[in-house]
Ligand binder design. Structure first.
Ligand SMILES: NC(=O)c1ccc[n+]([C@@H]2O[C@H](COP(=O)([O-])OP(=O)(O)OC[C@H]3O[C@@H](n4cnc5c(N)ncnc54)[C@H](OP(=O)(O)O)[C@@H]3O)[C@@H](O)[C@H]2O)c1
Length: 339
């Protein structure tokens, strides 16, 4: 079979002042070299649309786990694809499914070590590119959820949050509370995704809503938002609370903020007197997590104990619009571009 000689790639055209719009990105057809020694060629089936791209495109923030994206650079991120060509002396064969980080293009060409095979019996291969593993890491490695805990997930309607409700339950939580800015999303989260209560900050004072939903306070916070929601969560923390800082949507996706920070007022005195902990989590610091996650996640998916809600967008030409949809909150669960 003749291999493709061109690929379609999404690149940043210009660095935007606020949130990127579709006009800031280009989708172009480019020459694709033949695979060199040790290289693997993969046809992507889908790639992840994720909020971290706002930060990487903005050029803001320091100490990030991924490099900034400059004008002219290709976007990148988690992807699922099928091997078209691989070295004969390696483990991959044409037809194998792999995950990798060369999303935002229809064909990925890189050294074999950049591709991770999907176990042949994995129940839902696309689910492996969702960011949900970061929620699992935050809940198990940083917050260490225990049986009976009251767990609060700030930012429950996205890729991590829509899975974290059920995860917290599976890990023993007695009550799981979430937040979203959308009443319609709140309904879905309680009806379908394991949340006992979902609060919508913005109407009634958030602290008041939180006091009603968790009258005795919260033991665990999985924070994907930061800002005012985190301020209120610290105020609602119980003695010995564990607060896992996993994301910062309020700073990343606010058009008025530069995208690389999430300024937040924290009552340090309260953290101290409660003996609470407030700790960051990043997947890069936990290389051992992926194998454990794949094992447990596969089992939970197979048993129907976890579902992964999707917002699919079809075709690479729609990819720039998919990013805008994510930034404006017009998505639910994990957003992917399907090719
Ligand atoms: N630590 C790690 O290793 C790691 C790994 C992956 C991701 N993350 C981070 O975790 C966070 C969540 O990621 P995700 O993939 O779950 O997100 P996501 O799926 O992209 O979340 C999208 C949701 O964000 C909410 N949102 C949009 N603008 C917002 C704003 N200004 N304030 C609050 N919420 C807003 C919207 O929900 P509403 O309609 O409810 O507002 C939208 O549905 C991000 O900060 C991401 O960078 C961390």
């Amino acid at each position: 079979m003749a291999l493709p000689t061109t690929a379609r790639v999404v690149r940043l055209a210009a660095r935007p002042a606020g949130l990127p719009t579709p006009e800031d990105l280009t989708v172009a057809e480019e020459a694709l070299p033949a695979p060199g020694p040790g290289e693997v060629l993969v046809r992507n089936r889908a790639f992840l649309v994720f909020p971290g791209l706002r930060t990487l495109i903005s050029g803001e923030g320091s100490g990030l786990p991924m490099p900034h994206i400059a004008p002219g650079d290709a976007l990148f991120g988690p992807a699922l694809g099928e091997v078209l060509a691989a070295p004969g002396d390696g483990p991959l064969r044409p037809g194998d499914l792999v995950t990798h980080s060369y999303g935002w293009r229809d064909l990925a060409l890189a050294e074999a070590g950049h591709f991770t095979p999907v176990p042949p019996d994995f129940p839902e291969p696309l689910a492996l590119i969702s960011a949900a593993s970061a929620g699992y890491g935050g809940l198990t490695r940083t917050a260490e959820v225990r049986p009976g805990d009251v767990v609060l997930v700030l930012g429950a309607a996205g890729a991590i949050g829509t899975v974290a409700g059920r995860l917290a339950r599976l890990l023993g939580a007695a009550r799981v509370i979430g937040t979203t800015r959308s009443p319609a999303k709140a309904e879905r989260l309680t009806a379908e995704l394991g949340y006992d209560a979902v609060l919508v900050p913005g109407g009634r004072p958030f602290a008041e809503q939180l006091a009603e939903a968790a009258p005795d306070g919260v033991d665990v916070v999985l924070d994907l938002v930061g800002g005012e929601q985190l301020t209120a969560a610290v105020d609602a923390a119980r003695r010995g609370a564990r607060i896992a800082l996993v994301g910062a949507l309020s700073g990343q996706l606010d058009p008025e903020l530069p995208g690389g920070s999430a300024p937040t007022v924290i009552d340090a005195f309260r953290i101290c007197t409660l003996g609470a902990s407030l700790r960051g989590f990043t997947l890069l610091d936990h290389p051992d997590l992926e194998a454990e996650w794949r094992e447990r996640f596969g089992g939970w998916l197979r048993a129907g104990e976890i579902t992964v809600p999707w917002t699919p967008v079809t075709g690479i030409d729609r990819a720039p619009h998919a990013l805008t949809r994510l930034f404006t909150g017009d998505t639910f669960g994990t957003t992917v571009v399907e090719l």
